[in-house]
Design a protein around this ligand. Structure first.
Ligand SMILES: O=C(CO)[C@H](O)[C@H](O)COP(=O)(O)O
Length: 225
């Protein structure tokens, strides 16, 4: 079975009746959401979902998973989501699917966060994967120049027809080609301070459990903080 599928299905074992569950975005989370839908239909699993993108909302609606918005729940019991890179010390880059703003909002309102990845996502240090930055349109060219000056090798994310990619919130994405991020906490602070940056894809010190799909098995890593 494909690694992403195996890990997505395994992640559904963590879901219990009555939970409010954050439903992630991406090709790995897709399999998890499909499995949740199947268990609800065939095995009587009973949960409420909070989605992290329009894409996942449409998938969950198709599967008839009851949904609430993040503003309608007291808290989210558990969020299960993919990641683009996870470092040795369990920091992550997310946003390859441009959904990191909603993903971070949902994650920040979750009691427990599980990331589901195939083994190719595990790296020593973050940064080979371009770091996605969601930016408001107004002033985005200026921000782009600031990133260039800092040597961050920015590129606007584009659609296949060369138009600028728009997020679910109708913002642009600038990807930073950093190569290696030696000081993620310092970079997070710097990006948090930049006006016009809506959200960046650094997810630091937030994951509780990582499920890693390998060709032999799904490895479970519990993260202690
Ligand atoms: O952050 C994300 C979307 O914004 C995804 O979780 C991340 O891109 C991983 O995706 P995939 O499972 O398709 O590799």
């Amino acid at each position: 079975m494909e690694l992403k599928k195996a890990v997505g299905i395994k992640a559904a074992d963590y879901i219990e009746n009555g939970m409010v569950v954050g439903l992630g975005t991406g090709s790995t989370a897709y399999y998890f959401v499909e499995e949740v839908g199947r268990r609800m239909k065939e095995e009587g699993l009973d949960i409420v979902g909070v989605t992290t993108s329009i894409r996942t909302k449409e998938q969950a609606e198709r599967l008839q998973i009851p949904l609430k918005s993040v503003d309608e729940v007291e808290y989210i019991d558990m969020t299960i989501d993919g990641a683009d890179e996870i470092s040795d010390d369990f920091h992550g880059i997310k946003g390859g699917g441009a959904a990191h703003l909603y993903e971070k909002i949902v994650a920040n309102n979750s009691k427990k966060i599980i990331w589901i990845v195939d083994e190719s996502k595990m790296v020593q240090k973050l940064g080979a994967f371009p770091l996605p930055i969601e930016v408001v349109k107004y002033g985005s060219q200026q921000l782009f120049k600031r990133f260039e000056e800092k040597g961050y090798q920015p590129s606007f994310r584009k659609n296949e027809d060369d138009t600028l990619y728009l997020t679910d919130e109708q913002n642009y994405i600038i990807d930073l080609h950093l190569g290696q991020i030696d000081y993620p906490i310092e970079l997070e602070k710097e990006l948090d301070k930049m006006t016009g940056v809506v959200e960046h894809g650094l997810f630091l010190n937030c994951v509780d459990t990582v499920l890693i799909g390998t060709s032999e098995e799904v490895i479970v890593k519990e993260v202690s903080r």
